[in-house]
Design a protein around this ligand. Structure first.
Ligand code: NI
Length: 440
């Protein structure tokens, strides 16, 4: 079945930035089959896709008054944490992590993680996100939720300990078994050691070996807090977390590093040389009192910078529009430079840069022929966006996510005029509330 989206404004690539264009969009087999003007009246997909299928049925979608943009890519989250939204706020970071969050995580039931992950998917879709990179206690539940919600995801089981293969540490073995059981175009798995302070160097080396042998991406939390830096330098002969990760071979162009807040100049150049991608999480880093990542220095050094919300226990939302606004405003403020983190860069972080980090460049985060039809439809007449003087500024500085009318993943609507075709939202609310009452 062919889909033809007419009368919309498209956010199209334009060098390193974007431009708004009026054109029709053809979608076939989940992918963008053609983009063309003058096709809405008489044209068919054959014009755009260069194929002759005169009898192919075609569904026409009218996007009058809407901006169609690449779906946003949330590069770091913990979907199951939605039950802990606003549960542990205004406390010290070490107390937050080890005193409040970890004990609850240890109590949460596996089945419950499905419902809390589904709630996360609802919030992400509602605010224009089509893909997310997850680190999860029960990663099969995250996969189930993403699958049910119709989202695209890269999911990793959070790994901790001294060895991937220890008898008393089945996390890795379970993760690989569960991963092998999944078959979906939309689901990918990623090796996810939690952090340098919860994994031994031996285990990090094992992760590197496994990810290279299996051709998998790897992600971790790195250089998030000053305490992490101090403890690391004390434990590992004065080396920074970045230096330790370089020395165990973890840094590569298949590596995704969340946070990277507390970096010195040497760290920035090591990261740039390694080809690793960084996920900046401005809300979480600010809220937990960890500071601001050196985004301008990283950008100048050529590091691929992407954007994530982190989990709802530390943000406390999964709304990438708020994250984009914060990314720009925070760095303009701390750099005392109104040209820092401009809108084109910020929107790229949430789309094309993310695709590059995931090795999906040209297939994700962009509206072009051959790319997945992962799209967000925004109401350009929404009071927060009107008048539309500058589309990129609208997305970075004005949008709050409520302008999202519909979201499509691989050519199918996962969110349509406020409804979720794949999700029983009342059931999700009921189940999540039950978990909160039983376990928090
Ligand atoms: Ni995190």
């Amino acid at each position: 079945m062919l889909k033809k989206i007419i009368n919309g404004t498209l956010l199209l690539p334009d060098g390193d930035s974007f431009r708004a264009g009026q054109a029709d969009l053809f979608i076939r087999d989940g992918k963008i089959a053609g983009i063309g003007t003058d096709l809405s009246a008489a044209g068919t997909a054959n014009d755009a896709a260069g194929e002759n299928r005169p009898d192919e049925p075609c569904e026409v979608i009218d996007a009058s008054g809407q901006l169609i943009m690449p779906g946003l890519i949330n590069m770091h989250t913990h979907a199951y944490m939605t039950s802990m939204r606003n549960y542990a706020d205004d406390v010290d970071f070490q107390e937050w992590l080890f005193g409040r969050i970890t004990p609850v995580e240890d109590r949460l039931p596996k089945e419950g993680a499905y419902w809390t992950s589904l709630l996360a998917c609802m919030e992400m879709l509602r605010t224009g996100t089509t893909s997310f990179v997850d680190m999860h206690m029960f990663h099969e539940q995250s996969a189930r939720a993403a699958d049910a919600a119709g989202m695209r995801a890269w999911i990793g089981r959070g790994l901790v300990g001294d060895s991937l293969y220890a008898d008393d540490n089945p996390r890795f073995r379970e993760a690989m078994e569960e991963m092998d059981a999944w078959q979906s175009d939309r689901l990918h798995f990623i090796l996810s050691p939690h952090a340098i302070y919860t994994c031994s160097l031996h285990m990090l080396e094992q992760v590197v070996e496994e990810s290279e042998r299996r051709h998998m991406l790897r992600q971790t939390h790195l250089s998030e807090s000053l305490t992490e830096i101090e403890n690391c330098r004390a434990q590992y002969g004065g080396r920074s977390p970045v230096e330790v990760m370089r020395d165990v071979g973890f840094l590569s162009d298949h590596t995704i590093l969340a946070h990277c807040v507390q970096l010195d100049e040497k760290d920035v150049s090591i990261l740039a040389e390694s080809g690793s991608s960084v996920v900046t999480n401005p809300a979480s880093n600010a809220k937990l009192g960890n500071g601001f990542a050196p985004v301008t220095a990283m950008r100048e050094s050529g590091i691929n910078i992407t954007l994530g919300t982190d989990g709802t226990a530390s943000n406390n939302t999964l709304n990438m529009f708020r994250e984009m606004g914060l990314l720009s405003l925070i760095h303009k403020g701390i750099c005392r430079d109104s040209t820092a983190a401009p809108a084109s860069f910020v929107v790229s972080c949430a789309t094309t840069h993310a695709a590059r980090a995931l090795h999906e460049e040209g297939r994700l985060g962009v509206i072009r022929e051959g790319a997945w039809a992962d799209l967000a439809f925004l109401d350009l007449n929404a009071v927060s966006l009107f008048p539309n003087n500058n589309i990129l500024s609208s997305l970075c500085y004005s949008a709050n996510g409520s302008e999202v009318d519909s979201v499509m993943v691989a050519g199918e609507f996962a969110f349509r005029h406020g409804e979720y075709p794949g999700i029983d939202s009342e059931k999700v609310h009921f189940e999540v509330q039950k978990i909160v009452e039983e376990y928090l």
